[in-house]
Design a protein around this ligand. Structure first.
Ligand SMILES: [Fe+2]
Ligand SMILES: [Fe+2]
Length: 168
Protein backbone atom coordinates (compact mmCIF):
# COMPACT_ATOMS: atom_id res chain seq x y z
CA UNK A 1 0.00 0.00 0.00
CA UNK A 2 1.41 3.37 -0.98
CA UNK A 3 1.80 6.04 1.64
CA UNK A 4 -0.87 8.37 0.29
CA UNK A 5 -3.55 5.90 -0.70
CA UNK A 6 -7.18 6.67 0.06
CA UNK A 7 -7.10 4.17 2.91
CA UNK A 8 -5.29 6.75 4.98
CA UNK A 9 -7.77 9.48 5.87
CA UNK A 10 -6.92 10.57 9.36
CA UNK A 11 -3.87 11.22 11.46
CA UNK A 12 -4.73 8.02 13.32
CA UNK A 13 -4.75 6.06 10.04
CA UNK A 14 -1.35 7.49 9.19
CA UNK A 15 -0.01 6.63 12.65
CA UNK A 16 -1.21 3.03 12.38
CA UNK A 17 0.09 2.69 8.82
CA UNK A 18 3.54 3.90 9.79
CA UNK A 19 3.54 1.56 12.79
CA UNK A 20 2.86 -1.31 10.37
CA UNK A 21 5.60 -0.06 8.06
CA UNK A 22 8.27 0.16 10.78
CA UNK A 23 7.08 -3.21 12.19
CA UNK A 24 7.94 -4.75 8.82
CA UNK A 25 11.24 -2.86 8.67
CA UNK A 26 12.31 -4.05 12.12
CA UNK A 27 11.45 -7.63 11.21
CA UNK A 28 13.54 -7.40 8.04
CA UNK A 29 16.41 -5.95 10.03
CA UNK A 30 16.38 -8.91 12.43
CA UNK A 31 17.12 -11.02 9.33
CA UNK A 32 19.69 -8.64 7.81
CA UNK A 33 21.79 -7.93 10.93
CA UNK A 34 23.11 -11.51 11.41
CA UNK A 35 24.25 -11.47 7.77
CA UNK A 36 25.98 -8.14 8.24
CA UNK A 37 27.66 -9.45 11.41
CA UNK A 38 28.95 -12.49 9.54
CA UNK A 39 30.41 -10.30 6.78
CA UNK A 40 32.10 -7.82 9.13
CA UNK A 41 35.81 -8.33 9.80
CA UNK A 42 36.42 -5.83 12.58
CA UNK A 43 35.51 -7.60 15.87
CA UNK A 44 33.97 -4.45 17.34
CA UNK A 45 31.79 -3.97 14.27
CA UNK A 46 30.76 -7.61 14.32
CA UNK A 47 29.83 -7.35 18.00
CA UNK A 48 28.06 -4.05 17.36
CA UNK A 49 25.80 -5.69 14.78
CA UNK A 50 25.02 -8.56 17.15
CA UNK A 51 24.24 -6.17 20.01
CA UNK A 52 21.92 -4.18 17.76
CA UNK A 53 20.30 -7.43 16.63
CA UNK A 54 19.26 -8.06 20.25
CA UNK A 55 17.98 -4.48 20.50
CA UNK A 56 16.12 -4.85 17.20
CA UNK A 57 14.32 -7.94 18.52
CA UNK A 58 13.28 -5.74 21.42
CA UNK A 59 12.09 -3.07 18.94
CA UNK A 60 9.78 -5.64 17.35
CA UNK A 61 8.41 -6.54 20.81
CA UNK A 62 7.92 -2.87 21.71
CA UNK A 63 5.96 -2.28 18.52
CA UNK A 64 3.71 -5.20 19.43
CA UNK A 65 3.21 -3.53 22.79
CA UNK A 66 2.30 -0.22 21.10
CA UNK A 67 -0.18 -1.94 18.73
CA UNK A 68 -1.81 -3.50 21.80
CA UNK A 69 -1.90 -0.22 23.73
CA UNK A 70 -3.50 1.46 20.75
CA UNK A 71 -6.06 -1.33 20.38
CA UNK A 72 -5.11 -2.52 16.90
CA UNK A 73 -3.82 -5.89 15.77
CA UNK A 74 -0.08 -6.07 15.11
CA UNK A 75 0.35 -6.25 11.36
CA UNK A 76 3.24 -5.57 8.99
CA UNK A 77 2.89 -3.86 5.62
CA UNK A 78 5.60 -3.99 2.98
CA UNK A 79 8.12 -1.22 3.29
CA UNK A 80 9.93 -0.83 -0.04
CA UNK A 81 12.29 1.73 1.48
CA UNK A 82 13.90 -0.67 3.96
CA UNK A 83 13.87 -3.45 1.34
CA UNK A 84 15.86 -1.13 -0.92
CA UNK A 85 18.35 -0.22 1.80
CA UNK A 86 18.93 -3.90 2.67
CA UNK A 87 19.14 -4.93 -0.98
CA UNK A 88 21.67 -2.22 -1.72
CA UNK A 89 23.72 -3.29 1.31
CA UNK A 90 23.79 -6.87 0.00
CA UNK A 91 24.79 -5.79 -3.48
CA UNK A 92 27.53 -3.44 -2.33
CA UNK A 93 28.93 -6.00 0.10
CA UNK A 94 29.06 -8.55 -2.70
CA UNK A 95 31.11 -6.21 -4.85
CA UNK A 96 33.74 -5.20 -2.27
CA UNK A 97 36.73 -7.55 -2.24
CA UNK A 98 38.96 -5.81 0.32
CA UNK A 99 37.89 -6.74 3.90
CA UNK A 100 38.69 -3.35 5.40
CA UNK A 101 36.79 -1.53 2.65
CA UNK A 102 33.91 -3.97 3.15
CA UNK A 103 33.69 -2.95 6.83
CA UNK A 104 33.44 0.70 5.77
CA UNK A 105 30.68 -0.19 3.30
CA UNK A 106 28.81 -2.21 5.95
CA UNK A 107 28.90 0.71 8.37
CA UNK A 108 27.54 3.01 5.69
CA UNK A 109 24.71 0.58 4.89
CA UNK A 110 23.89 0.12 8.58
CA UNK A 111 23.76 3.88 9.09
CA UNK A 112 21.33 4.22 6.17
CA UNK A 113 19.02 1.80 8.00
CA UNK A 114 19.45 3.62 11.33
CA UNK A 115 18.69 6.99 9.76
CA UNK A 116 15.58 5.55 8.17
CA UNK A 117 14.44 4.25 11.55
CA UNK A 118 15.27 7.53 13.28
CA UNK A 119 13.09 9.49 10.84
CA UNK A 120 10.19 7.07 11.20
CA UNK A 121 10.30 6.86 15.00
CA UNK A 122 10.67 10.64 15.26
CA UNK A 123 7.41 11.17 13.38
CA UNK A 124 5.62 8.31 15.15
CA UNK A 125 6.46 9.83 18.52
CA UNK A 126 5.26 13.30 17.46
CA UNK A 127 2.03 11.85 16.04
CA UNK A 128 1.40 9.67 19.10
CA UNK A 129 1.62 12.76 21.31
CA UNK A 130 -0.69 14.66 18.94
CA UNK A 131 -3.19 11.79 19.17
CA UNK A 132 -3.10 11.90 22.96
CA UNK A 133 -1.08 8.67 23.16
CA UNK A 134 1.85 9.77 25.24
CA UNK A 135 1.90 6.20 26.59
CA UNK A 136 2.73 4.92 23.07
CA UNK A 137 5.16 7.81 22.54
CA UNK A 138 7.09 6.81 25.67
CA UNK A 139 7.57 3.24 24.45
CA UNK A 140 8.60 4.39 20.96
CA UNK A 141 11.05 6.89 22.48
CA UNK A 142 13.01 4.05 24.12
CA UNK A 143 13.61 2.54 20.70
CA UNK A 144 14.49 5.89 19.13
CA UNK A 145 17.21 6.39 21.75
CA UNK A 146 18.74 3.01 20.88
CA UNK A 147 18.69 3.81 17.14
CA UNK A 148 20.44 7.12 17.79
CA UNK A 149 23.01 5.50 20.07
CA UNK A 150 23.72 2.82 17.45
CA UNK A 151 24.16 5.46 14.76
CA UNK A 152 26.64 7.35 16.96
CA UNK A 153 28.60 4.17 17.74
CA UNK A 154 28.87 3.41 14.02
CA UNK A 155 30.16 6.92 13.30
CA UNK A 156 32.76 6.59 16.05
CA UNK A 157 33.87 3.19 14.80
CA UNK A 158 34.18 4.46 11.21
CA UNK A 159 36.07 7.59 12.16
CA UNK A 160 38.32 6.02 14.78
CA UNK A 161 39.61 3.08 12.79
CA UNK A 162 37.58 1.46 10.02
CA UNK A 163 37.94 4.30 7.50
CA UNK A 164 41.64 4.64 8.25
CA UNK A 165 42.22 0.95 7.70
CA UNK A 166 40.12 0.97 4.54
CA UNK A 167 42.12 3.85 3.09
CA UNK A 168 45.55 2.37 3.90
FE1 LIG B 1 15.09 -0.71 15.26
FE1 LIG C 1 18.24 0.09 14.26
Amino acid sequence: MGLFTKDIKTMNDLFVHQLQDIYYAEQQLTKALPKMASKATDPQLKQGFLTHLEETRQHVARLEEVFKMHGVAAKAVDCPAIDGIIEEADETAGEVADKAVLDAALINAAQAAEHYEIVRYGSLIAWAKQLGRSDCAAVLAKTLEEEKATDKKLTTLAESKVNLRAAS
